[in-house]
Design a protein around this ligand. Structure first.
Ligand code: ADP
Length: 677
């Protein structure tokens, strides 16, 4: 940092008033920004598309303005609609979050031209970094190392071929205007280059409206490390240490951490100094990230500057105690930066991105209704989620459900804490990458810190969801018992199957199906437990409570389950979701033997527990009304009256006063009133 900028408090920046912040974004980052605004006493304005009207970021903002239909181009990317929302609500500042308009220099300019404060870098910095080729050239001129490659204006195939031969294969072709990994292609050898260039140009033109490309040596087994910077816009730039984000799929991060397990003190100092130099080259204002790639020999090369708050900023906050959004706002107001020496890190932080996507199907995004969502909490666990139970995950936006971040005194403690946090994360309704995240954390190479961008390809070349048949059997037993307990609480007696032969309750028969298995279940209500027979197994299940969490014991093993029943009672076949620590299963329930004729259906009473029949005040053919006493049973030193579940005719009586009966014994059968004729 240059000497003339060390005494920041005398810098003549005109203070700007910020009292009400409109967040031009959605989901978790909108909530994240609003949390800090509230802490600073600022009012908050959310914007939303039709698809997001019921999301938490809308409900938790002081005010919210609908800005258009679901597609981002008609809502979150619509500059005029966002400026109009700010005018209507009297917001004096706009925070763009990440993605959408956050790195759009024209938008930032229009915000400022409207007399509002843009909480972010200057438009010129965005323009300078918006093009990867220009960014490389600027950094190289400043002495920041860039990956060997070619970023010139001659875009002919012949030139690319010559440059690729110079740097050596494999090479990586990138869209100069690129981002999000789009238009990137690895080229192994010269003969594959022309086709790769043609395809990359096509993709780049479609995604960015600009088909210019650049070429870099494709580094093997590198790490992604990046430096968080904070600048005052006057030339003073601080670093807030690094993050490592090597665990990626499709060139996109899924696990991030700080500090990087790959750097020693000297390397860290050199990397952070390079980050500061990059920021100084731009006289950077606000929070930004300088991305580098670190090769196996420990040399690092500049990749790009992200001129915004990053998705993974929480790990930096967890180790430094800084609130980066608060610093973005302070800088936007013209307040001085802290000193570099005041920024210290403590311990280790990890973040996992929980995505609605299927790692077994090439990370295809998954959409649906979040019927069940449990997110972890606890000391040193931070969850940034944009959805809640009941939210819809739509096709329109990024499938990020939540960021789970943890802090630990050291890396090992952080990993353990993350393992626990993911175990307490349960999602029903969409497919998620949770099991893959868990597998990565459990991998010895991850524990050793041997994290490279090729980690998933190397260790999980063909991911398949773990076989859950055993867990699903257990959950199927739980869903059946849970339902029986709820019915019992509601005062229903079990319905008797038609045409039974003996007077021992032969069990309720049900078929429940998960997405992969069907379980034919026979279920018996015993004195102090339930017996579930399935696939030649007999499970003894005891429901302990039926509160929000269903504490159940299966074969002597007690744990908490969460059971969510489809709220739509008219659904042809009802769904229920059962979650335990291993995962979540969605079950579809069908009666195993559909009743062919309503007259066969019969009700009556069974002994809920072993006991002695005291009295049978009804006889065969007698008409009974609903709630009439059918049998008085003495059990557990108490008399219990067993009542008719509905009006009807007594068709058979299977017990007499003084008799001892077993649990589940059918005592009286009645035919419904409607079938009496
Ligand atoms: P985008 O802006 O599309 O995200 P980046 O240039 O930031 O693209 O690169 C994204 C990821 O691609 C990096 O984190 C890294 O994993 C990989 N990558 C980029 N450049 C190289 C390279 N020269 N060699 C190897 N991997 C690279």
């Amino acid at each position: 940092m240059s000497a003339q900028h060390t005494d920041q408090s005398t810098s003549p920046v005109a203070p700007r008033r910020i009292t009400k912040v409109l967040v031009a974004n959605r989901g978790e980052i909108a909530l994240r920004v609003m949390r800090t605004c509230r802490a600073l006493g600022l009012s908050t304005v959310a914007v939303y598309s039709d698809a997001d009207a019921h999301l938490p970021h809308v409900a938790r903002a002081d005010e919210a303005i609908r800005i258009g239909p679901a597609p981002a181009a008609d809502s979150y990317l619509k500059v005029e609609a966002i400026l109009e929302a700010a005018r209507r609500t009297g917001a004096d500042a706009i925070h763009p979050g990440y993605g959408f308009l956050s790195e759009n220099a024209d938008f930032a300019e229009q915000v400022e031209a409207s007399g509002l404060t843009f909480i972010g870098p200057r438009p010129a910095s965005m323009r300078a970094m918006g093009n990867k080729a220009a960014a490389r050239q600027l950094m190289a001129a400043r002495g920041v190392p860039v990956v060997p490659g070619y970023d010139g204006t001659d875009q002919t195939d012949a030139r690319f071929a010559a440059e690729a031969a110079r740097v050596g294969y494999p090479v990586l072709v990138k869209a100069a205007a690129g981002g999000g990994g789009k238009g990137m292609a690895i080229v192994a050898a010269a003969d594959a280059l022309p086709a790769a260039l043609a395809q990359a140009r096509r993709l780049a033109r479609a995604a960015f409206g600009d088909d210019r490309l650049l070429l870099e040596k494709y580094l093997l087994g590198p790490r992604h490390v990046e430096v968080q910077i904070l600048g005052d816009g006057e030339g003073r730039v601080l670093h807030i240490f690094e993050r490592e984000c090597s665990i990626q799929r499709r060139f996109q991060k899924i696990i991030e951490e700080t500090p990087s397990p790959a750097l020693d003190g000297d390397q860290r100092a050199a990397l952070c100094a390079a980050g500061v130099a990059a920021g100084e080259a731009l006289a950077y204002r606000g929070a930004g990230t300088v991305e580098f790639i670190l090769d196996a020999e420990g040399a690092f090369y500049f990749l790009e500057v992200n001129t915004r708050l990053q998705v993974e900023h929480p790990v930096t906050e967890l180790v430094t105690g800084l609130d980066l959004v608060a610093w973005q706002i302070r800088v936007a107001r013209g307040e001085p930066l802290p000193t570099q020496a005041a920024i210290q890190t403590h311990g280790h932080a990890l973040e996992c991105r929980l995505y609605a996507e299927d790692p077994a199907r090439d990370f295809l995004p998954s959409t649906g209704h979040l019927a069940l969502l449990e997110l972890p909490e606890g000391p040193h666990v931070r969850v940034d989620a944009g959805v809640a139970e009941g939210s819809e995950v739509s096709v329109y936006y990024d499938p990020l459900l939540a960021k789970v971040a943890v802090w630990g005194a050291d890396r090992g403690e952080a990993i353990d804490r993350m393992v626990g946090a993911l175990r307490r994360t349960r999602v029903g309704g969409v497919t998620t990458n949770r099991a893959l995240l868990q597998a990565v954390l459990a991998h010895p190479a991850f524990a050793q810190g041997a994290t490279t961008t090729g980690f998933l390809g190397q260790h999980f070349p063909a991911w398949a969801h773990p076989d859950e048949t055993e867990a699903e059997l257990r959950r199927a037993a739980v869903v059946v018992v849970h339902r029986a307990l709820l019915r019992r609480q509601a005062g229903h007696l079990p319905t008797l199957p038609g045409g039974f032969r003996n007077n021992l309750w032969r069990g309720q028969v049900e078929s429940v199906s998960s997405d992969t298995n069907t379980f034919e279940i026979e279920y018996f209500d015993r004195v102090d437990h339930h017996e579930v027979r399935c696939s030649g197994r007999t499970l003894r299940v005891r429901g302990v409570t039926t509160e929000t969490r269903f504490r159940a014991e299966v074969e002597g093993h007690q744990q908490s389950y969460r059971v969510v029943v489809d709220p739509n009672p008219h659904a042809e076949s009802a769904f229920a979701w059962v979650a335990d620590a291993d995962g979540v299963t969605r079950f579809r329930r069908r009666p195993r033997f559909p009743v062919a004729d309503a007259t066969e259906e019969a009700g009556g009473c069974v002994a809920p527990m072993p006991g002695r029949v005291v009295q049978v005040p009804v006889v065969v053919d007698q008409h009974v009304t609903q709630g009439q006493v059918l049998v008085v049973l003495e059990a557990m030193k108490m008399e219990q009256a067993l009542l008719a579940p509905h009006e009807g005719r007594v068709t058979s009586v299977h017990c007499a006063a003084g008799e001892l009966v077993q649990a589940g014994a059918v005592l009286v059968v009645i035919a419904p009133a409607s079938s009496e004729a």
